[in-house]
Design a protein around this ligand. Structure first.
Ligand code: G3I
Length: 489
């Protein structure tokens, strides 16, 4: 039985430019995100994709093929429009380690060095994938030999790009299309190492680099109700619960239209305590239909604070892996398409994002958010529950709405210690109109009718004097921010 939360989704309207400016101004007054307020000129509409995305704290990237870097228009368009890159093929196992423990860094370095020189982010793609493997990975290998080859590959490649890569697709496309929830695609990895190969890969990746984000990346996990999506969701939830390091989920998003529950799907993954990245976006079609589909993708991402950025799978239709579908933002002559304009407008309309994703998860504990948190989205600020000042030795709790959609919402609760440290806390509130929690993290809940009680997990019960921690949940019903009480034994 799947424990994937299912409810109806719906797109949220982005704030208008003037409302955005007002919100940014209000935040500046509050001093919540000074840096954001100073980098956001009121009402300024950025004229490139990367700059527009940066206004809401996100990146906008593209896949790049080293083989096209001798084309000056290609590189000029990349430099002008994008602030992140993914190597389309050059970092895959076959191209980068063609002979065992002998690495061919040239083409990948060409992309990475160019990106770094321009101050771009780099997504690493991909460490463990059943496709584009070198021929020396084959069925003659024993399990222990394959395991040591996989660990060495992960370690060497991650070491080489340490400090340059922002996020790695540690495992790519491991789940089956269709079939029962949670079934993996049969590959040399499942056959030799069993289903645990994913966890092994993530643990090896964290050991290689504690500071990079570790993503699971797949296609056809864009629709919240798909069995494949639910399988990945359950895996991420399990990893977070058991302290297996994972920081992000990549929705490749090769489609003709985003599913109607796309935003809800992003929010549900984010609610597990991971970033969501749209990693290989391309949308088949043309004209206003394509432009509208792209706009809905951008709106879905920018409506969810932990949707960290978007990467399109190439610049120009002529060099797309599915060029017959004309799926990209520039035509074969590098002219901007209608879809380009709708993406730019949607990025410019996005609410400033004050929930930049935290850094990579530690290898042990689940996703505690130990810091004093300026982490609620600005649009949520007006809908926070009132906070009473905690008594010495006591605590207080404030509920904020982070995101909402038709029939559901996501909240973050900040638990604040008073002038003395807190060792263990209990937060209580009563729902005003029939809301119910569907998923809660960083806390343990018990519910009686409309009364909710949440106590700390073992890892976030201790809060230093004046410090805070957060827990979060998704719920069914209309977004509400009832007054919460906090007690500490
Ligand atoms: O480089 C060789 C060249 O030397 C040779 O002459 C030629 C002959 O076919 O092949 C060239 O390699 C091709 C490579 O792209 C570089 O152009 C491969 O055949 C071709 O299979 C490979 O396709 C790539 C595909 O992944 C492989 O599965 C696409 O460019 C790339 O866009 C695509 O990207 C994947 C993501 O990594 C994962 N998600 C799906 C996405 C689309 O399939």
């Amino acid at each position: 039985m799947s424990d994937f939360p299912l409810s109806a989704g719906g797109a949220r309207r982005p704030l208008s430019g003037s409302r955005r400016a007002l919100t940014a101004g209000a935040l500046g007054v509050l001093g919540v995100v000074t840096a954001l307020a100073t980098t956001l000129p009121a009402n300024a509409a950025a004229s490139t994709l990367g700059a527009a995305a940066a206004q809401s704290g996100r990146y906008f990237g593209t896949a790049i093929a080293a083989g096209h870097m001798n084309d000056s228009t290609y590189v000029a368009t990349w430099d002008r429009e994008f602030n992140s890159v993914t190597a389309e093929n050059e970092m895959k196992w076959g191209p980068i380690e063609p002979s065992r423990n002998s690495f061919n860094w040239g083409s990948a370095d060409q992309i990475v060095n160019h990106a770094v020189s321009k101050g771009m982010k780099v997504r690493g793609h991909t460490l463990v994938w059943h496709a584009q493997l070198p021929s020396w990975i084959n069925n003659n290998m024993s399990a222990s030999d394959l395991r040591s080859a996989m660990t060495n590959h992960i370690t060497q490649v991650m070491n080489h790009y340490k400090g340059k890569v922002y996020a790695w697709d540690v495992v790519n496309e491991a789940f089956n299309d269709g079939g029962a929830v949670g079934t993996l695609r049969s590959s040399i990895f499942t056959q030799k190492l069993g289903n645990g190969f994913i966890e092994e890969a993530f643990r090896a990746a964290r050991a290689a680099d504690p500071n990079v984000k570790l993503c699971y990346n797949d296609y056809n996990i864009d629709n919240a109700t798909a069995a494949k999506t639910q399988g990945v969701y359950n895996m991420v939830k399990d990893f977070k619960a058991r302290g297996v390091p994972i920081d992000c989920v990549g929705l490749q998003s090769h489609f003709g239209n985003p599913p109607s529950n796309y935003q809800q799907n992003i929010a549900q993954f984010a609610a597990l305590g991971v970033d969501v990245q749209i990693t290989e976006l391309d949308v088949g079609g043309s004209g206003s239909t394509q432009a509208d589909a792209y706009r809905r993708v951008v709106q879905a991402c920018t409506a969810v604070p932990r949707c960290a950025g978007i990467t399109v799978w190439g610049i120009t239709d002529k060099w797309s892996w599915r060029s017959g579908d004309t799926p990209l933002l520039f035509d074969g002559n590098f002219n901007k398409k209608q879809a380009y304009n709708s993406v730019l407008d949607a990025l410019n309309a996005a609410t400033p994002n004050t929930s930049p994703s935290p850094s990579a998860s530690p290898s042990r504990s689940p996703s505690a958010s130990p810091s004093a948190s300026p982490s609620a989205s600005p649009s949520a600020s007006p809908s926070a529950s009132p906070t009473r000042s905690p008594l010495p030795g006591g605590c207080s709790a404030t509920i904020k709405t982070i995101n909402s959609w038709g029939g559901g919402f996501q909240s973050e609760v900040t638990v604040q210690a008073g002038s003395s440290a807190v060792n263990g806390w209990t937060v209580k509130w009563t729902w005003p109109s029939g809301q119910s929690i569907s998923s809660l993290w960083n806390g343990r809940q018990s519910t009686s009718g409309s009364s909710v009680t949440v106590t700390n997990e073992t890892y976030n019960g201790s809060i230093a004097a004046g410090g805070s921690t957060t827990f979060g949940f998704t719920a069914n019903g209309n977004a509400a921010t009832p007054t919460a009480t906090c007690t500490s034994p």
